[in-house]
Design a protein around this ligand. Structure first.
Ligand code: FNR
Length: 182
């Protein structure tokens, strides 16, 4: 059995720590898992008037989510919530009403920030949204990661100090996806 995971990064910044984390953590997954980062930076601003005529970029997003067996959100925290670009993508793929691409897809939530509480508030907001969208989301372990020297090694992989914690997170995530994917 193969598991394709759609990865949504909540930051468009070129040198995003969250994108780096998303790229590095997938190397801790077993071979039957593959990961693809979804493009959300080219989506228009969500407008309900367009529900019956979604833009090609929105249709692409929904098709990629539909093809996935699981979701991985790796998000920045902006002003104690999720960045607007992430909410915009979530809203797009939840519509039209009754045709949400998210429903039932098992998910994990991660985030890294320069602040001391490591995206904890953004992650809680995201969990609220995902609960409404009927996305079964891994509860533990929580991963509120702060940017520190050594988080990534020279090769861009997870550094030695964080490896055990994030390997444990990935193992739990893998079990979660296998249990909940349909
Ligand atoms: C931030 N940052 C931030 N950090 C945090 O821990 N809590 C917060 O509420 C905020 N708020 C916030 C608002 C805005 C508009 C910006 C631009 C930044 C700092 C943030 O953690 C930092 O910029 C990270 O580098 C963002 O993640 P990426 O882009 O590196 O993935």
């Amino acid at each position: 059995n193969h598991y394709e995971i759609a990865v949504v990064v909540g930051s468009l910044r070129r040198d995003s720590f969250n994108r780096k984390l998303a790229s590095a953590i997938v190397k801790l997954a077993p071979p039957e898992f593959s990961f693809r980062q979804l493009q959300i930076g080219d989506l228009p601003l969500y407008n309900q008037d367009d529900d019956a005529n979604q833009a090609p970029s929105v249709k692409r997003l929904k098709t990629e989510i539909a093809a996935a067996q699981g979701l991985l959100f790796v998000t920045a925290e902006y002003n104690r919530s999720i960045p607007g670009v992430l909410k915009n993508a979530i809203d797009h793929a939840s519509r039209p009403y009754g045709q949400s691409a998210w429903a039932g897809k098992p998910a994990g939530v991660l985030g890294v920030s320069v602040g001391a509480i490591g995206t904890a508030v953004a992650q809680q907001h995201l969990r609220n949204v995902l609960a409404y969208l009927d996305v079964p989301t891994l509860g533990q372990p929580e991963a509120f990661i702060q940017v520190k020297e050594g988080l990534f090694d020279q090769a861009g992989d997870i550094g030695a100090e964080s490896r055990k914690f994030l390997q444990d997170w990935m193992d739990r995530y893998v079990t979660w996806v296998k249990k909940h994917s349909v």
